[in-house]
Design a protein around this ligand. Structure first.
Ligand SMILES: *Cc1c(COP(=O)(O)O)cnc(C)c1O
Length: 458
């Protein structure tokens, strides 16, 4: 039987609401704000300054390094078939750029200083698919590719993998299929790399996926199946169809450890970039990282990798739309993927299509529980204003989802400063570094970007 309760005029599904009795007072009031689509900041009560458990997790630093080695083996192939990656030798990586003018703009608008330096990690401009999904998505397809080719004795790990660019290999891979469910960007990444290798690839797209992404994939020979419902449904259908076909590999955004590891390699790369830029990260120079969160694999993988490398010197925060705060809800209630934003009466409708996810990953929230610092929510209107401000101040154009991280330093410098005092960071804050993870945008068509910009104008 469904038990329903009205809180603040909103219908709540109380089948899931054992948690209501367990929530602390401040969390209950936060829940009411969530129900009303207000912007909130949630400090993770289970956060440990120095999480002892991180070494005992099933995924380790060794796994991340192994993933990085695999990407290095594929680099000659990537450089050959995607010439835009030649500059980095076939390594798919983005720049870290200082955005001092944007920082100034935010300081003016919010009327307070933001101590520390503000940087943007430009995954928006990653080659091949222009979003953070070019990390996890492409990694998982490459891992699957390697496994198939090795097991059939067609490849050895000492080969130059650029031999994969041949009709012989494409014919071989065409016997296999790959499927994925996506709000858009994961589909782009999986579709482009899989089609290039010769796989039969099907992308199950949720209703919020943009038309241009579907069109682009079709021009590359990808099967695109469209759904009228949201992301969870597209994933479910994709999984069901793939399960019925033994030669099909389903990329499971809600549960995949390979995706997660692909994202996590970003941490190794970032560490090198910080060293090259002579940016200190240590006990006296804290690093704050702000990551837009959908199902959680991307931000979770990056945060996990950073935590392995920088331990208590790094502080990771996730950002979600006010209409889709699935990770916040899952972690705060401890129910993880057993609760969706629809269960508390939210509509999961947001223009931040990469983040339009109503139910979080089944494993990410549990892994990051001891080391995620907190999660905050952002309204769509604010995303558009930040989009315009970044374009005006830095001439960098991002898709709406990718702006979600930007407001994090403002929270810490103001209403969420408790976090700093609680963890003895107040004094060190001005020697700190903020990194806003810009997760997508460079492939957005110009007319569409112009519309986004206009929405931020008033
Ligand atoms: C997918 C995506 C994210 C979030 O990644 P998840 O793994 O879904 O949490 C953030 N921004 C953009 C632009 C994305 O496409």
């Amino acid at each position: 039987m469904k038990i329903i309760k009205i809180i603040d005029g909103r219908v709540i599904n109380l089948d899931k609401a054992k948690f209501l009795t367990e929530l602390k007072n401040h969390e209950l009031s936060l829940l009411i704000q969530l129900i009303n689509y207000q912007e909130v900041f949630w400090p993770n009560g289970k956060f440990e300054q120095n999480p002892a458990g991180i070494e005992k997790l099933t995924l380790t630093l060794v796994d991340i390094k192994e993933a990085e080695k695999r990407l290095e083996r594929f680099a000659p192939y990537i450089a050959k078939v995607f010439p835009e990656t030649q500059e980095t030798g076939g390594i798919i990586e983005s720049r870290l750029v200082k955005i001092a003018s944007m920082k100034q703009k935010m300081e003016q608008d919010f009327g307070k200083p933001i101590p520390g330096d503000l940087w943007l990690k430009c995954d928006s401009h990653l080659p091949i698919s222009g979003s953070i999904k070019a990390r996890g998505g492409i990694y998982e397809v490459l891992k699957h590719t390697e496994k198939l080719a090795l097991s059939q004795g067609l490849l050895t790990m000492d080969d130059d993998y650029s031999i994969l660019d041949s009709d012989h290999f494409r014919r071989f891979f065409s016997q296999y299929s790959i499927a994925v469910g996506s709000t858009g960007n994961l589909g782009l990444s999986i579709g482009i790399i899989s089609a290039k290798l010769g796989f039969n690839v099907t992308v199950h797209m949720s209703a919020d996926a943009k038309q241009w992404k579907k069109d682009l994939l079709r021009t590359k020979g990808v099967n695109v199946v469209e759904y009228e419902s949201d992301y969870s449904k597209a994933v479910e259908e994709g999984r069901r169809q793939a399960d019925a076909a033994p030669s099909c590999h389903f990329i499971d955004d809600e549960n995949s450890q390979d995706l997660f590891l692909g994202y996590a390699t970003a941490a190794l790369r970032l560490k090198n970039q910080l060293q090259e830029l002579k940016i200190a990260v240590d006990e006296n120079h804290p690093l704050f990282v702000y990551l837009p969160c959908g199902v959680g694999g991307g931000p979770g993988g990056v945060a996990y990798g950073l935590k392995q490398l920088f331990k208590e010197s790094v502080h990771c925060f996730f950002a979600e739309p006010t209409h889709s705060p699935c990770m916040l809800l899952g972690m705060m209630t401890g129910l993880h993927d057993q609760i969706s934003v629809q269960d508390i009466g939210l509509d999961n409708l947001t223009d931040a299509d990469g983040l339009a996810v109503g139910r979080p990953s089944g494993f990410v929230g549990k892994i990051i529980e001891p080391f995620l610092s907190g999660i905050y929510t952002v309204s769509d209107e604010r995303l558009y204003r930040l989009l315009k401000d970044l374009a005006d101040s830095e001439n960098i154009y991002l898709e709406p989802s990718a702006l979600a991280g930007m407001i994090g330093p403002v929270w810490l410098a103001g209403e969420a400063s408790d976090y700093l005092s609680k963890h003895a960071l107040s004094e060190k804050f001005s020697h700190g570094t903020h990194i806003v993870w810009a997760t997508g945008g460079s492939m957005v068509p110009k007319e569409m970007m112009e519309k986004y910009y206009q929405k931020g104008v008033n």
